[in-house]
Design a protein around this ligand. Structure first.
Ligand code: PMP
Length: 412
């Protein structure tokens, strides 16, 4: 219900106080990227002002100091995901690069012609296209488990598709286009029983719910810091230690070697083997600050707050004429995707923008899912810990305005 804000953290986010289009900003495009709290902005600034040096190579004090900060960031990611050891965390540019690392290192070493990769019909393009490329190159097959009318994974169909040739299952923890929370624990059990590994795309999960990779028992878990109040260009891959340790290098160059000679090169242990070149050190420091910020606010409180906003928004949007919510799963996180009769989602996004309301309109990098629902795209409002009932009110007022402009009637 309106007014039920469990959290009021807007003051932590400088950008939220800037007007947009002369209006108070209601930023509801958090599925694309979140805004950054001052704690994150200050951490990156402080790194460059006080701690900047290259890591892992200097004998000098600053280099050691920067290395300590970098490794402290790894420990924070370990804590966030409840991985059992920091060596299971590889820093990457984000979700996309993490998936590519698994595809091109683990995939190329373990997939053979005739093998199968099983994904779901609600994956983001970044958990589709790399697998397609791998399958094309190796003569393997990409199978897709269908999605029900409510936007949930069809578990019976999923089970039927799991077979002796399935080597890996790729699944989004939370769908970025629908908000559906997938039953990852069950999926992992089924996949492991069939002898397949599981990669979980956590891009839309880590900022919204507590994640425990040991409890899930997944083999790979990937996310991007920028959807978790952290900087762009940084994220992580979690992989079970034994699986990671057996994986060959992917990107290569400096830092990832043990010894190099023209006769042959030996590689560093994990995770260093997968971090070729100078990494995004300041990004790791920013991500570390973001994780600490989220821990301090509390993920359970964040989840409850966002659930209240989602309930408020769902109820209010359903009161509009000609609305269809895409994704009505029983378990959803933070995302409201919908279409309005007679108004293209892009027009809706443009009209809302003039009211200071930022949403996403389009296919959300999930074109096969849009095809499944027979629509070109949706309007998507996605919530973060700093959103308020007032933001939801602004969204609904903007939608009413759009319907009036398009001559779609409201009583009175
Ligand atoms: N998977 C999901 C579910 C996502 O929402 C996104 C970002 N929209 C990605 C993958 C890709 O993340 P990135 O662009 O940060 O690599």
């Amino acid at each position: 219900p309106a007014g039920a804000a469990l959290l009021d953290r807007t003051a932590d986010f400088p950008i939220l106080s800037r007007p947009v289009q002369g209006k108070r900003l209601a930023y509801l495009d958090n599925g694309a990227t979140t805004q950054k709290p001052l704690a994150v902005i200050e951490a990156e600034k402080a790194f460059y002002e006080q701690s900047n040096a290259n890591i892992h190579r200097g004998v000098h004090w600053l280099s050691q100091h920067a290395t300590d900060l970098y490794e402290q960031g790894r420990e924070s990611v370990r804590r966030l995901l409840n991985a059992s050891r920091p060596e299971e965390i590889v820093f990457t540019r984000g979700t996309t690069e993490s998936i590519n690392l698994v595809v091109w290192s683990w995939g190329r070493a373990n997939i053979k012609a005739g093998d199968e990769i099983l994904i779901t019909g609600m994956e983001h393009h970044s958990n589709i296209v790399p697998w397609q490329l791998l399958c094309e190159q190796l003569g393997a097959h990409l199978k897709v488990a269908p999605v029900t009318d409510s936007g949930e994974l069809d578990l019976d169909a999923f089970k039927a598709l799991l077979g002796v040739r399935t080597r890996l299952v790729g699944v989004a923890h939370v769908s970025n286009a629908l908000g559906t929370i997938n039953p990852v624990g069950d999926i992992v059990r089924l996949a492991h029983d069939a002898g397949a590994l599981v990669l979980v795309d956590g891009a839309q999960a880590v900022a919204h719910k507590v994640v425990d990779v040991q409890a899930l028992d997944c083999d790979f878990y990937v996310f991007s810091a920028h959807k978790l109040y952290g900087p762009t260009g940084i994220g992580a891959l979690y992989a079970k230690h034994d699986i990671l340790a057996a994986m060959p290098p992917w990107q290569s160059g400096g830092d990832m070697i043990h010894t190099v000679s023209f006769e042959g090169t030996t590689y560093a242990d994990v995770p260093t083997r997968f971090e070729a070149g100078t990494p995004n050190i300041a990004g790791v420091v920013g991500m570390d600050a973001a994780i600490r910020y989220v821990e301090q606010v509390g993920l359970d409180l964040i989840a409850a707050h966002e659930e209240a906003l989602l309930a408020q928004a769902t109820q209010a949007v359903l009161s509009l004429p000609g609305v269809r919510i895409i994704g009505t799963a029983a378990r959803k996180a933070s995302i409201l995707s919908f279409v309005l009769d007679g108004i293209h989602p892009h027009d809706l996004g443009t009209i809302l923008d003039t009211e200071g309301v930022a949403i996403r309109a389009g296919h959300h990098c999930a074109m096969p899912l849009m095809t499944r629902f027979g629509i070109p795209g949706t309007a998507r409002a996605s919530f973060a810990l700093y959103n308020t009932p007032q933001d939801v009110d602004a969204l609904v007022a903007g939608l009413r305005k759009a319907q009036k402009l398009f001559g779609i009637g409201h009583d009175q």
